[in-house]
Design a protein around this ligand. Structure first.
Ligand SMILES: [Ca+2]
Ligand SMILES: [Ca+2]
Ligand SMILES: [Ca+2]
Ligand SMILES: [Ca+2]
Length: 307
């Protein structure tokens, strides 16, 4: 049903946001939700197969890195091309790429370490303000398959909530720094010295077995991104940034549900389920910008059922 709505939507922006949102939750879909006739492939096997394809691609392609040596080339297009035998002294994408690991649990509970690659083509100015995996990012992008086919493109920047995008995008964007911006008198905003680069992801961090318009099933994806600016997100408006709603301190706010009511803390207005809203017990007793801990047990009141 959701798919039909997406395909028949005429508003492209809306369509893409919906696609991202739909896909971001596919890993937890039950088999009944699966619209494909074939059962999904094995996550681990597919992850290894995709990584081989990605490494092969990265080693056999290069980008126009010499065009980005100077600061002047703000708007220069990033061009990826094949390394041919007569230009094999070129550095490959692989030479520039940084590999990171994103660990995900499949719907069967199997833990898969997916390899994600990124290249910072231009470092943005605000290196302290890189987006977290739970922030809003103002960006432009182009999405491509390994064949080079472009499946989507936004030349004008749009806002994305990294909580609602495919994993490869969510985890890949955190390496790109936003730039400076100047608001002109007429209200337009000029951005400069913003971060630009490339993200390469296996299908397990993309759409996996769910075919999309212009994206076949099990497609590794390439995204070319420009990160203009970001907003730190507090999804439940409780006074704690979403990325900090991480009491188990593993850097991932998507696996913390203190009161075990099925709503993770970053979306839960009452994290400890004691009937008092987090915002009302966070720092109300002695406002000092530190969470209150009235029984001094090391657990702040908003996470402590007993206070
Ligand atoms: Ca919050
Ligand atoms: Ca966590
Ligand atoms: Ca909860
Ligand atoms: Ca509470």
């Amino acid at each position: 049903m959701i798919k039909l709505k997406i395909e028949h939507s005429t508003n492209k922006t809306f369509k893409f946001i919906l696609l991202f949102f739909f896909i971001s939750s596919y890993l937890s879909c039950t088999p009944d939700d699966d619209e494909d006739e074939d059962p999904p492939r094995d996550y681990l096997e597919q992850s290894l197969e995709d990584d081989q394809l990605l490494v092969q691609y990265l080693k056999s392609h290069y980008y126009n890195y010499n065009d980005f040596n100077l600061d002047l080339n703000e708007d220069k297009e990033i061009i990826i091309d094949t390394i041919l035998t007569d230009n094999e002294n070129l550095k490959s994408l692989f030479d520039f790429a940084t590999q990171t690991t994103v660990t995900l649990a499949s719907s069967e509970g199997e833990i898969i370490a997916h390899k994600l690659y990124h290249i910072v083509v231009k470092e943005g100015l605000r290196t302290e303000d890189k987006p977290s995996i739970a922030d809003s990012v103002y960006l432009s992008y182009k999405g491509k398959l390994l064949s080079g086919n472009v499946f989507d493109k936004k030349s004008n920047p749009v806002w994305f909530d990294t909580a609602n995008v495919i994993r490869g995008f969510r985890y890949g964007l955190q390496y790109f720094s936003p730039g400076n911006f100047i608001q002109r008198e007429n209200g337009t905003i000029d951005f400069n010295q913003f971060g630009r680069g490339l993200i390469f992801m296996p299908s397990g961090l993309g759409y996996f077995n769910s075919a999309q318009t212009n994206i076949p099933t099990y497609s590794p994806l390439i995204f070319e991104v420009s990160v203009f600016t970001i907003n730190r997100a507090d999804h439940d408006n409780d006074g704690i940034l979403s990325i900090d709603e991480d009491p188990n301190n593993d850097g991932n706010p998507y696996n913390d549900d203190t009161d075990e009511d099925g709503i993770i803390n970053m979306y839960d207005e009452d994290d400890d389920g004691d009937g008092i809203l987090t915002k009302d017990e966070l720092d109300g007793n002695d406002p000092d910008n530190l969470p209150d801990d009235s029984n001094n047990d090391g657990i702040p009141d908003y996470l402590d059922k007993n206070t």
